[in-house]
Design a protein. Sequence first.
Length: 302
Amino acid sequence: MSSYQYNFIVSGIFVSKSVKELLRYWLVPRFIRGVLRQNKRLFVNGQNVSTATVLQDGDELTFRLNIQDFHKQQHYSANNQYRVRILFETEDYVIVNKPATMKMHPHSPDENDTLLNYAEAVLKDHGSRGQAAHAFMVHRIDNDTSGVVLIAKNPLAVAILDQLLAKKRIKRTYLAWVSGNLQDNAGIIDRAIAVDPNDPYKRVVSDGGGLPAITHWQKIHTVYQNTLLRINLETGRTHQIRVHLAAIGHPLVGDRLYHGRDYPRLLLHSATIKLPSLFSDYTVCRSITAAIPKDFPRQLKL
């Protein structure tokens, strides 16, 4: 049976940690640690070991995982009709540039014109931990939003990246044009978000319920009563940026769903993602930026 192979040389802060401590530090899920322990797939310097084994400088830690070891399995049909641009790639993930109006993933078996279908095609000849790479969804951006998207290449990477997102170790920065001139140079919107009781596809701010949501914004410049903002999120709720800015009276330009000014596209761009390499000490992060697309104006004159 073919397997994903993991090989690491122990050094730095990982010296004198047990195998269990190291796997937990790397955010390897508990059920996967159980699989490795129960099936005796943990090796140090070629010798099968328990999770209690203490690691020394220069030790080689190895383990393997099968696709069947994971509860959730997914497969997107490959579509090479659009060539997704890869901005950055590691053994475990790719960061790609999604154009506006492209859907993230299919909602039916016969749908194959989405980012994940195109990513599956572009990864056809790429490897990941000794196996063919496949596209695994980690996070979403709206169909009408352009910019950076993180895609895992193997199922363990999905599980770890999900935890890094939850722990806010992965940061994303957006650019957005909004209507009006914000008086302050920066601000924070701290309003819970709930499903709109009148439309399940929309969200509303809710002071009496909903999920906590915090948006940080910084003004870049104002042109003809439209303002370009740099936005960072503490939380990742559905439509968070769009709902929060509309709630303070500055809806995104081109946002038909939340009463923004008419424009050919939603003027929201996922500009930068900052994240660490997996199986590291997670203290050093790399920033990957997607250039502003041609259909996203530098100066907005409406």
